[in-house]
Write a protein that binds this ligand. Structure first.
Ligand SMILES: [Zn+2]
Length: 375
């Protein structure tokens, strides 16, 4: 970075739209063991001091880790402690780096989705695992392209443990529910958020009709039935909801084929979602951070089909016919240039992830979030 592009102070005029005239002055230098000589600046508008470091993904960090390798490991079914061992750092460092890169990933995703119109049908489904303890099943609702399998949105919630339990397990559930009881409408709320994304992406789309495929879960019909924008779009024949029984054979002809493929891919790639795993997530916010780091690689760097010829480099976003320029612009400097919340088009689940606001079973208060990430 040669000159500062904007002021890092979110309350300053020069944060969103810096004036044409020079709004900063150089203000000496300092040295750090990790980075050598660093240029300091002062904003002439708000008077806040900052440096080239303020715009670095590793702002405030004492260690560097190769983000390319880290992203690769997160999607290779690797546990946090294994990544730490492999990269020769402590596991807290891994958590910190995933925390940072997850924000790069949701900022990128939000920039790509901002004003995007879909050019294919959509499908949505929930992936169920558990986090914190076996008494807290979770559900990650994913919205994807029926043809491209590009992931447009994802949101997570904790559920109430159901199904067959021994008398001892039932007793334990009663005991635990004195501290935390999952919202019985969590899935409906989650699907409402997904529906917001669908409506935004369909409203400006050139295609006349967009089909949304799901299974027959009642939470989906409930959410759609109470969604005003969806009501409007379905009454002008812009959208239609098609339900498929989830017991039907999981073949390519199944309308939910794309979701079945994604579900399998997540269970192959992310350690905490392998069936009957000993590596479950302890913290929902951190779990979704890993999900978004995985999703970044899946959407923008993983080849659309593993069987495609070596010369064919089609990625999922290209299969979804998202303009290359849109992705290129959103992805510029993703490995090094720090994303600011206040300069990103975040809403819904990405914003919840950014602020670590996913509900934490059995814990009180907000999750720990370093101050520099609030900006
Ligand atoms: Zn300023």
């Amino acid at each position: 970075m040669q000159t500062p592009q904007f002021c890092p102070n979110s309350g300053c005029e020069a944060h969103h739209e810096p004036p044409r005239s020079r709004w900063w002055v150089r203000n000496g230098t300092y040295s750090s063991a990790l980075r050598g000589r660093i240029q300091r600046y002062r904003c002439s508008l708000c008077g806040r001091g900052f440096s080239t470091q303020s715009f670095d993904i590793d702002y405030y960090a004492k260690r560097r880790v190769d983000y390319h390798r880290l992203v690769g490991l997160v999607g290779s079914c690797c546990g946090v402690r294994q990544m730490a061992r492999y990269l020769g750092v402590g596991y807290e460092t891994i958590g910190n780096k995933i925390m940072r890169f997850a924000r790069q990933a949701v900022a990128l995703q939000s920039a790509v989705m901002d004003g995007l119109s879909v050019r294919e049908d959509l499908c949505a489904d929930g992936l169920q695992s558990y986090w914190v303890s076996q008494y807290v099943p979770n559900n990650i609702t994913v919205l994807a392209g029926a043809r491209s399998r590009f992931i447009y949105a994802a949101t997570a919630s904790s559920l109430r443990r159901a199904g067959r339990m021994t008398a001892g397990q039932k007793h334990r559930r009663v005991h635990l529910e004195q501290t935390f009881r999952a919202d019985p409408k969590a899935l409906t709320h989650a699907f409402t958020e997904i529906c917001d994304v669908v409506c935004r992406a369909v409203a400006g789309s050139a295609q006349q009709l967009t089909v949304l495929d799901t299974d027959e879960h009642r939470a989906y019909t409930r959410a759609l039935g109470a969604h005003g924008w969806w009501y409007e779009l379905s009454h002008t024949a812009r959208v239609v909801h098609r339900q498929t029984n989830s017991c039907l054979p999981r073949t390519g002809a199944n309308p939910l084929a794309a979701m079945n493929t994604i579900d399998r891919q997540i269970r192959i790639d992310l350690a905490e979602h392998v069936r009957e795993t000993v590596r479950f997530a302890r913290n929902p916010n951190r779990s979704m951070e890993r999900f978004w780091v995985w999703c970044f690689h899946y959407n923008y760097h993983k080849r659309y089909r593993i069987t495609q010829p070596a010369a064919d480099t089609t990625m999922h976003y290209q299969a979804a016919q998202i303009e290359g320029l849109r992705v290129e612009r959103a992805q510029k400097g993703i490995w090094s240039r720090r994303r600011f919340r206040t300069r990103s088009a975040l809403f819904g689940p990405p914003l919840v992830l950014w602020l670590r606001m996913i509900e934490r079973p059995f814990r009180e208060g907000w999750d720990y979030l370093p101050r520099y990430l609030v900006a």
